[in-house]
Design a binder for this molecule. Structure first.
Ligand code: TYD
Ligand code: MG
Length: 468
């Protein structure tokens, strides 16, 4: 009996399926995003295909030979770091990012590098005409490589072209998946069904031929990869390209990776001549530091396996408002409130009459709780009007009880700081793998209040306002 095709109503934002049309999606709460669609069309090899009889698949034990996934190494070291050592052959990768962030630039540079290393690369642009892509390639000095170019949006045409090539490509770049459409779905390009089925066809191509397929995906205002989140589940790796318009640096981050770690970042700088790799990001985020400015503390952070030093700047100023302002850029504002509360409850530092501004230099975003200590020190330093030593680095987590808790990789953080000329460190007592020293260069703090005393010294602070 032929399968009856059943229509469903699919949200174009989150791909939730509904049995009937409605104004608001139950899944994501968006309005007017639901359209009638046929979710089963094309799945399993095309519409109307009779279900075939199953075959016996071999079952194996967990213990056995493991084959390293064969990879193609782009030699763009920052990109390879994020993918876990190069693109895995036969895998599908989704590269997300806001428009204009540099996705096409990054992929063109990677394509050129791979092509120079003798790989066969096809770049399919659904957004730009061949001339436009050529212009970019020229700017990036990629125009003399053997990268093959097509401006096409129909998946069947693309796949036929790829299958027709004399030498199977090693890497196929699809820029972007949102512009692709396939004959097997009858909805308009850009809809969930189209994007999903185009992605499915391309992923099937990758798996069956061993070519790597990299798909560009646009990101919505909320930071999700636009359209179908289902594509994120279908691919082997999701990589996000981030940064903000006012800064030149860009961060590449793996959100999902079936063949590698997800906590590594790649750092780039957008230049006139394309993206430049930043092998030592600490230098970028430390920038030009003013000597002896109160309120600045250098945080010894970690991104994946890589230490990263970044300056934290605080400004504490008496407020003229009833409710003091708390403004944070680059850090979690709830955590700032927590530190302010701990300072008040356990250290007698009352910031209730002060506006507090906190900024992470260079527009960088910190997610580690290890930054607590640096933030607290920056706040105390600003309030006291006393600059912290410029050659000191800070890290440690602060608990609600006012004690300072150890964080992982203390040794690595210190090593990075030393490499950059820092001479001392303030860190949690009980940190592991800290180099043993006889001098005073390492201050192991146990309670936050000890640090308040250390930083403010004998200076009477204006903080104990209720004692006045
Ligand atoms: P692009 O790669 O087109 O972004 P996306 O594909 O993510 O939409 O690059 C966008 C910006 O990068 C554009 O505003 C210009 C800038 N850019 C440079 O500064 N230098 C360059 O060499 C190139 C190619 C682009
Ligand atoms: Mg682009």
């Amino acid at each position: 009996m032929a399968k009856k095709s059943k229509t469903a109503f699919i949200c174009q934002n989150c791909a939730t399926t509904h049995t009937q049309w409605q104004g608001k999606c139950d899944g994501c709460g968006e309005w007017n995003t639901i359209v009638e669609d046929n979710p089963l069309a094309g799945i399993g090899g095309g519409p109307g295909r009779a279900p075939k009889k199953g075959r016996v698949v071999p079952l194996a034990s967990l213990d056995g030979e493991i084959e390293e996934a064969p990879r193609i190494i782009s030699r763009v070291a920052e990109l390879d770091r994020v993918t876990g050592g190069g693109f895995v052959r036969g895998s599908a990768v989704l590269l997300g990012g806001e428009p204009g962030i540099g996705k096409s630039t990054l992929l063109m540079q990677a394509a050129a590098a791979l092509s120079r290393a003798g790989h066969n690369i096809v770049y399919v642009s659904g957004e730009e005409a061949v001339a436009q892509v050529r212009l970019r390639a020229k700017r990036l000095k990629a125009n003399e490589t053997q990268v093959l170019l097509a401006a096409e949006t129909n998946v069947e045409d693309i796949l036929t072209t790829l299958n027709d090539m004399e030498k199977r490509p090693d890497l196929v770049i699809i820029d972007s998946i949102q512009t692709m459409w396939t004959d097997s779905a009858d909805s308009a390009p850009g809809t969930v069904t189209q994007v999903r089925q185009s992605a499915q066809a391309l992923i099937r191509y990758a798996k069956s031929t061993g070519a790597t397929v990299v798909m560009v995906g646009h990101v919505t205002k909320e930071g999700n990869i636009a359209g179908p989140r289902v594509v994120e589940h279908m691919v082997d790796a999701v990589i996000q390209f981030e940064g903000d318009g006012s800064h030149q640096y860009r961060i590449l981050r793996a959100l999902k990776n079936r063949f590698g770690p997800t906590d590594e970042i790649g750092v780039f700088e957008m230049m006139q001549s394309g993206l430049r790799q930043v092998a030592n990001p600490s230098e970028l985020f430390l920038g030009e530091r003013a000597d002896n400015a109160p309120g600045a503390a250098v945080f010894g952070g970690m991104e994946g396996t890589r230490p990263l030093l970044v300056e934290i700047q605080a400004l504490v100023a008496p407020t003229s408002l009833g409710t003091p302002r708390r403004a944070v850029v680059g850090w979690d504002s709830a955590r700032l409130s927590m530190i302010i509360a701990v300072l008040q409850a356990h250290c007698g530092v009352n910031l209730g009459q002060h506006d507090v501004y906190l900024n992470v230099a260079g527009g960088y975003r910190i997610s580690e709780p290890a930054a607590d200590l640096a933030v607290a020190c920056a706040l105390i330093s600003s309030l006291a009007g006393l600059a912290l030593p410029t050659d000191c680095v800070y890290f440690g987590e602060i608990s609600l009880s006012g004690s300072i808790r150890p964080v992982p990789h203390a040794g690595q953080r210190i090593k990075e700081a030393e490499k950059l000329g820092f001479k001392s460190a303030v860190l949690p007592k009980g940190s592991s793998d800290v180099p043993k020293r006889n001098d005073e260069s390492i201050f192991a703090a146990e309670k936050l209040v000890d640090l308040v005393v250390k930083i403010a010294g004998g200076k009477t602070l204006s903080y104990e306002s209720d004692e006045k």
